[in-house]
Write a protein that binds this ligand. Structure first.
Ligand SMILES: Nc1ncnc2c1ncn2[C@@H]1O[C@H](COP(=O)(O)OP(=O)(O)OP(=O)(O)O)[C@@H](O)[C@H]1O
Length: 464
């Protein structure tokens, strides 16, 4: 949208702020200041409204150390500019090329992560309300096109969001040329990133070659069209997300170290809903969906529906899935470590690995008390216990006496009989005394420790 007639850049900036409810009176705002035209313009515009809205404006610059002396000059420029505007300035130097070498991340990705970490760090430090960054309308259309070229899903059409949480982009509806004109007209200096002009970078090629071609030959109103597309998709996506949000709790149970999907109700959902549920599950485990592609979700869905219990699957970034009888388990490889705790009698411990408490209490047999065992609460003959108890998860070769004293059974076989998926077996607390299993927590008490006519003191074991 070329700003026509009376509506100038400041009006558009204010209109966007209002439309997306970006700021409140007295907000503390941190501007991500690269020194480039967009963020300089953003700084100028915020300073022009700071009295009216009683804002506290700060600026933060991250020196990525990408371009040697040029990067240092950007930092010095941003600092000097802030002095002129009387804005408190924060900066940090991070050797991003070194991070790229260590992590294998792409330069853009590494720079973005480091930059946002820094901006959020300053936000915490200042207890600020918002972080403002200078993405403009052209950045948005470039992003949408790039997403389409890589075969994006619906979300990719949203492009750069005007607002996400405390992150705001008040220039998102303003064209780059308008920003540059504004800076020229008001004699406001800015830095030009030399790499922005090089067409060998993919984004720059789209910016400098493809979009001008589209606008000239096919669609002069391309920017407006893309913005409208994104606004419509954003509405639809938020509607779809609200539906998914509603059905999610009936299909999924989130544990401390794993997520359980209830297979039967999941299967009844339409394909699109199932795919979204799976994306949400993985997003909740990883915190993001990086490296998880459409084909992973599609194959995972087929696996969950078609495979038989006991089968396992691995996805990128260490995500594992295991099909149980009623449930499908998601977890991160190697996350459930072996654990072993001492449980005093009486006493209580919290097992962080499985997020559960287990307690041991003593009770005199003479007490007039009705004993009612449940899977989570059992009664043991204390006279058969020596010293303290150990609570741990399974170990290879574990055996116990679930059915009488005559024959012991392999714990492994017991789990198979009970149809407990192998992933869940690591989460079962085993109470042990002098090397003997007393209780397979939540499942079965060993017959050797049951109370009998000679029992005088009862040990109550309970999982909470
Ligand atoms: N080094 C940096 N330090 C702080 N904020 C930054 C930095 N680089 C970018 N930003 C913020 O992120 C926004 C988008 O980054 P992008 O890389 O697209 O911008 P740019 O082309 O480097 O600079 P500008 O958008 O200021 O012209 C910037 O407008 C700015 O608000």
């Amino acid at each position: 949208m070329i700003l026509r007639g009376k509506i100038g850049i400041k009006e558009k900036f204010l209109e966007t702020i209002k439309k997306y409810d970006m700021i409140r009176t007295k907000d503390k705002i941190i501007i991500g200041l690269s020194g480039g035209p967009d963020s300089v313009c953003l700084l100028d515009l915020f300073c022009s409204i700071r009295e009216e809205f009683q804002l506290e404006v700060f600026a933060a610059h991250l020196n990525h150390c990408f371009r040697g002396r040029e990067s240092d000059e950007d930092e010095e420029f941003a600092k000097a500019l802030c002095e002129k505007y009387n804005v408190k300035f924060f900066s940090k130097r991070v050797n991003v090329p070194e991070i790229i070498e260590k992590t294998g991340l792409s330069p853009e990705d590494a720079a973005r992560r480091v930059r946002y970490d820094f901006l959020f760090e300053i936000k915490e430090k200042l207890n600020a309300d918002k972080i403002a960054v200078g993405h403009n309308m052209n950045d948005h259309e470039e992003t949408v096109l790039m997403n389409i070229f890589r075969g994006t899903g619906t979300e990719g059409l949203i492009g750069i969001e005007p607002k996400r949480g405390c992150l705001i982009r008040p220039l998102i509806e303003i064209e780059r040329t308008n920003i540059e004109d504004y800076l020229k007209k008001h004699n406001i200096p800015y830095r030009i990133d030399s790499t922005n002009l090089k067409t060998e970078y993919y984004r720059n090629k789209i910016r400098l070659e493809l979009i001008p071609y589209i606008k000239q030959k096919f669609c002069p109103h391309f920017s407006d069209a893309v913005k409208r597309l994104s606004d419509i998709v954003a509405l639809d996506v938020s509607f779809i997300e609200s539906i998914i949000e509603n059905i999610y709790p009936s299909l999924v149970t989130e544990g401390e170290n794993f997520i359980k999907l209830h297979i039967k109700p999941f299967e009844k959902q339409p394909t699109g809903a199932r795919y979204r549920i799976l994306r949400k599950v993985i997003g909740n485990i990883l915190g993001e969906l990086k490296d998880i592609e459409f084909n992973h979700i599609k194959s995972l869905d087929e696996f969950i529906i078609e495979q038989s219990p006991g089968k396992m699957v691995e996805l990128p970034r260490g995500i594992c899935g295991e099909k149980g009888y009623e449930e499908f388990y998601f977890y991160i490889k190697g996350q459930i470590k072996d654990f072993s705790y001492v449980l005093n009698i009486p006493g209580e411990i919290y097992i962080t690995e499985i997020g559960k408490k287990i307690s041991a209490e003593l009770l005199d047999r003479t007490t007039n008390f009705k004993l009612k065992a449940t899977p989570l609460k059992v009664f043991v003959d204390y006279g058969k216990i020596r010293g303290n108890l150990i609570v741990r998860n399974r170990r290879p070769g574990d055996r116990f006496f679930p059915f009488g004293f005559k024959f012991s059974k392999k714990l492994q076989d017991f789990f198979v009989d009970q149809k407990i998926p192998s992933f869940e077996r690591n989460l079962v607390p085993i109470v042990e005394n002098e090397g003997k299993i007393v209780w397979v927590g939540g499942f079965r008490l060993d017959d050797r420790f049951k109370i009998d006519d000679n029992t005088t003191q009862i040990l109550i074991l309970e999982i909470k």
